[in-house]
Ligand binder design. Structure first.
Ligand code: IPM
Ligand code: MG
Length: 368
């Protein structure tokens, strides 16, 4: 059988540094676990703009549609702030999400025991936290038309449109219910049905999908503003949260920080299954390109490495190997390995990006 294929788009800022550690781990699985991937590298974001004048070349887009999974680092940076909106680095990422039709974005927020003190919340509120945000990723205000800045009388008006069809809500709701069945069996759906018609429809469709096909899953609904408040008040009440693109963007950053550092959180963006049963998939850390620390070897590679663990689980049916990698990360954290973002009040000397990679590889070796 042919090896599974991976397209690596390391991108900008700290993307290439953290992805460098991921490729070492991919190599380790090839050598030690007989799990070999055919890996290709290409450009996305500002670096693609520098070379091609576009943040995502058509050939890269075409390849992303062919491979078994895409691993992405991060896009963007101050150098590109003044570019025209249509060629900004973020447009490359949004095009990948849209054209691959990656409608279900899984953003787990898990608190590692060793890091419970790093949260801005009290330890008892977050110890053992394990929530999964399912964010709709290909519609809503990110893509709705009309959009733009228009002349209106003697001034300009900026317009974006929140738009959801029933089928878009239906499919992301299903993916949340499916996930919940494999976890705590609870889904909380968040919208603003009190002020938005799209929210009313969202609530209706989620409830219908539940009643027809997932009555065994516990379903609740919450206004998204209350959801934000509940996330910082008592986050452990949640198991799976399903929400739209914009609310999901905001709520997932909020949930991420509960765990102590954005440098820890992976994500998976999944589409409909292909003929072989594998979903179209892109895996990326939730953190951005962090231009302030780029190129200094300070970045935490764990979010990117955990994204690869999600790829093992969701694209390649290698749940045990994913768990091996997650356990190795848990072990190095328990042993006290800390990159700069994980320096708590007690201080200490942070290790570098590649030293964190060394430690994780050593823990993987020890797992054999
Ligand atoms: C994210 C990011 C992106 C988004 C940006 C980089 C376009 O914030 O993945 O959460 O808004 O979706
Ligand atoms: Mg975001």
């Amino acid at each position: 059988m042919a090896n599974p294929t991976l397209l690596i788009l390391a991108g900008d800022g700290i993307g290439p540094e953290v992805m460098g550690q991921v490729t070492r781990i991919i190599d380790w699985f090839g050598v030690k676990r007989d799990l070999t991937f055919d890996v290709e590298h290409d450009l996305v974001g500002g670096c693609a703009y520098d070379k091609h004048g576009t943040p995502l070349h058509d050939d890269t887009m075409a390849r992303a549609l062919e491979v078994d999974a895409v691993l992405l680092g991060a896009v963007g940076g101050p150098k590109y702030d003044n570019l025209d909106f249509s060629v900004k680095p973020e447009r490359g990422l949004l095009r990948l999400r849209k054209e691959m039709d990656l409608f279900s974005n899984l953003r787990p927020a898990q608190c590692f025991d060793a890091l419970a003190d790093f949260s801005s919340l009290k330890k008892h509120l977050i110890a053992g936290l394990d929530i999964m945000i399912v964010r709709e990723l290909t519609s809503g205000v990110y893509f709705g038309e009309p959009r733009g800045i228009f002349e209106e009388g003697n001034e300009r008006v900026g317009i974006n449109t929140q738009r959801y069809t029933e089928s878009e809500i239906d499919r992301v709701a299903r993916s949340a219910f499916e996930l919940a069945r494999r976890r705590g069996n609870k889904v909380c759906s968040m919208e603003k049905a009190n002020v938005m018609e799209s929210g009313i429809l969202w609530r209706e469709v989620v409830q219908k999908v539940h009643d027809e096909d997932y009555p065994d899953v516990e379903l609740s609904h919450m206004y998204a503003d209350n959801g934000a408040m509940q996330l910082v008040r008592a986050p452990k009440q949640f198991d799976v949260i399903v929400t739209d693109n914009l609310f999901g963007d905001i709520l997932s950053d909020c949930a991420a920080m509960l765990t102590g550092s954005l440098g820890m959180l992976p994500s998976a963006s999944l589409g409909a299954p292909n003929a072989d049963g594998r979903p179209k998939a892109l895996y990326e850390p939730v953190h951005g390109s962090a231009p302030d620390i780029a190129g200094q070897g300070k970045a935490n590679p764990i979010a990117c490495i955990l994204s690869f663990a999600m790829a093992l689980r969701y694209s390649f049916d290698q749940g045990e190997e994913a768990a091996r990698l997650e356990a190795a990360i848990e072990k190095v954290l328990a042993d006290g390995a800390r990159t700069a973002d994980l320096m708590g009040e007690e201080g200490g000397t942070p290790i570098s990006t590649s030293e964190m990679g060394d430690a994780i590889l050593a823990a993987l070796e020890a797992s054999l």
